[in-house]
Design a protein around this ligand. Structure first.
Ligand code: SF4
Length: 478
């Protein structure tokens, strides 16, 4: 059974353990700094055009989400007209049941997979395994994670937390269990590791009759699905098997083919720091004699319509999963992705996962707090998702729920003081009188704040008192 995010500890606990792992921190620091540098260079080349592209990406996504009912029906019609079959899945269980049934109907017991966040979200591999079907991940980083019985820690580079020596060790130990073994003299040279993966995967590509993918975009007017990848493994999965099943979140729609012009510039620059994506595969239904002859599209809701109903939180559905917000985030860089306890890590995970899953568990409730609110994620987001705004919005929902009694009492007190000029004056006078005699460290829960910073000195008089005295002095001088 593949590893699962279910039941992982809340962020503060997991982060404390993660920051103590200096090797992972080193790997993350190096990798995120490299990707950030590449992204900055290619975005910088576009000058002011970048902000225009960003606004257009935001506009297209916002418009599509506002008219999602229309575009979903249009997509369904287009896919069916092109020879594909469309299935609707309200939640993870329904999506897993549909995919399992479709694979069973082919008579096959194995599938090859294109890297897909949607299938990770629904834990498809576990559902297939429980039904006697083996799913083989073919993206290099996903392969490493699967062989190592590990969890992905980054949207784009799921094995970002591992160094090449660790990858070599995983290949030597596990490849033989899943197919072609790693060569005995395998070194940790990146080329040698890539070659071992290539030989291991090629046998699977040539054997598999069924492939499962996600999609980066689904074009409503033509029924075309689009996958962007860097290794060519996706192209193999999307062309060689007889049956292709694509599990796609309903927010992945764009209205027209021409809209891809915007996203084909935004996504590669924001994700891998490239001007152009190396392998972009598009397919429209079924083409006789060319590629898979059975195509199924599973449209996944799994909480998305609930997110859509939230006027602040819905902007998270604009996400094109580029990972730029992860790479820039000072919190992610120090804790890594596992600490979030969520398929979607980093800043986007902190706003998307609690909305998709609801905030009933302590792990989900902790996610909106997994941020310093520095705003760097908003600055780099190619579709201008105001992540800090959504984080604060979700924190408000958490704070309004059960618990947080101390915080609620403090806020009620602050409301009473700041709502009355007389009460504020009285509190300021009292604080001024105590002045420098206040303790440097606060007691109880408030002590967490003063553990890492000094309580500032309270001035002997408030601004208002100073102003009134100044007026008085000036009046006397006249
Ligand atoms: S929130 Fe924005 S920056 Fe983060 S992954 Fe999504 S599109 Fe990229």
């Amino acid at each position: 059974m593949s590893a699962t995010f279910l039941g992982l500890p809340p962020f503060p606990e997991a982060a404390r353990a993660a920051v103590g792992d200096s090797r992972t921190r080193q790997n993350l620091h190096k990798a995120t700094r490299t990707i950030r540098g590449k992204r900055d260079a290619v975005v910088g080349e576009l000058g002011e055009d970048w902000q225009r592209l960003r606004s257009e990406g935001e506009r297209v996504k916002t418009h599509t989400l506002r008219h999602l009912d229309h575009y979903l029906e249009q997509l369904e019609e287009s896919v069916q007209r092109a020879g594909g079959t469309v299935h609707w899945a309200a939640d993870a269980a329904e999506a897993n049941a549909i995919v399992t049934r479709l694979v069973h109907e082919t008579g096959e017991r194995e599938v090859v997979k294109v890297k897909s966040m949607a299938t990770q979200e629904i834990e498809l591999n576990n559902a297939l395994e429980a039904a006697g079907i083996t799913a083989y991940e073919t993206d290099l980083a996903e392969l490493i994670v699967q062989l190592g019985e590990d969890l992905p820690s980054h949207i784009l580079v799921p094995a970002i937390h591992l160094g090449r020596a660790q990858i070599r060790e995983v290949f030597l130990r596990q490849m033989a269990e899943w197919g072609v073994p790693a060569p005995p003299g395998l070194t940790d040279d990146p080329r040698a590791l890539a070659e071992a993966a290539r030989v291991h995967l090629r046998e699977l590509f040539l054997r598999a009759k069924v492939a499962v993918s996600g999609a980066n975009f689904a074009v409503a007017d033509s029924g075309t699905l689009v996958v962007l990848e860097s290794e060519g493994n996706g192209r193999m999965c999307l062309t060689l098997p007889e049956t292709l099943i694509s599990v796609v979140g309903i927010e992945k729609i764009v209205p027209a083919w021409s809209d891809l012009e915007v996203f084909m510039q935004l996504l590669p620059r924001s994700s891998t720091g490239e001007r152009m994506n190396p392998y972009t595969s598009t397919w429209t239904g079924v083409t006789p004699g060319d590629g898979p002859q059975n195509f199924h599209l599973v449209l996944l809701d799994n909480g998305r319509t609930d997110v859509l109903a939230d006027t602040v939180g819905r902007q998270a559905l604009r996400c094109i999963r580029c990972s730029a917000c992860l790479n820039i985030c000072p919190v992610y860089e120090r804790t890594g992705g596992h600490a979030y306890g969520s398929v979607y890590p980093g800043p986007i995970g902190a706003i998307l996962t609690p909305q998709l899953q609801g905030m009933s568990s302590e792990t989900d409730k902790a996610l909106p707090y997994a941020s310093s609110l520095c705003g760097a994620c908003y600055d780099v987001c190619p579709v201008a998702i105001d992540i800090p705004e959504v984080l604060v919005h979700l924190r408000e929902q958490v704070a309004r729920g059960p618990g947080h009694t101390g915080e609620k009492a403090v806020m009620a007190g602050a409301d009473a003081v700041f709502g009355s000029a007389r009460a504020l004056d009285a509190v300021q006078r009292a604080a001024g009188a105590v002045g420098g005699n206040l303790p440097r460290h606060l007691p109880g829960m408030a002590g967490k704040w003063t553990d890492t910073r000094d309580l500032p000195d309270v001035p002997g008089q408030s601004f208002r008192q100073w102003w009134n005295k100044r007026d008085q002095r000036e009046g006397e001088g006249r």
